[in-house]
Design a protein around this ligand. Sequence first.
Ligand SMILES: [Zn+2]
Length: 76
Amino acid sequence: MKCSEFKKLIFDYMENELDFKTKKDVESHVLTCENCLKDLRESAKSVELFRQLKEITVPAELDKKIKALFDSLFHG
Ligand SMILES: [Zn+2]
């Protein structure tokens, strides 16, 4: 696998959307290519950050709406 191919597959790899063979190709590439290993780590970090950000900002607002909905349904 070439580095350019790897970069195209990196997000699919993290989202676990690759078939078994492609996944193995990606993994064997990062084992032999330090640059792509670094890329994978950086991307994993930003995906993780993005997820945490979503978890922190969205549910609080959503929670209020769900509670309000329940209140109006059962006590309104
Ligand atoms: Zn590479």
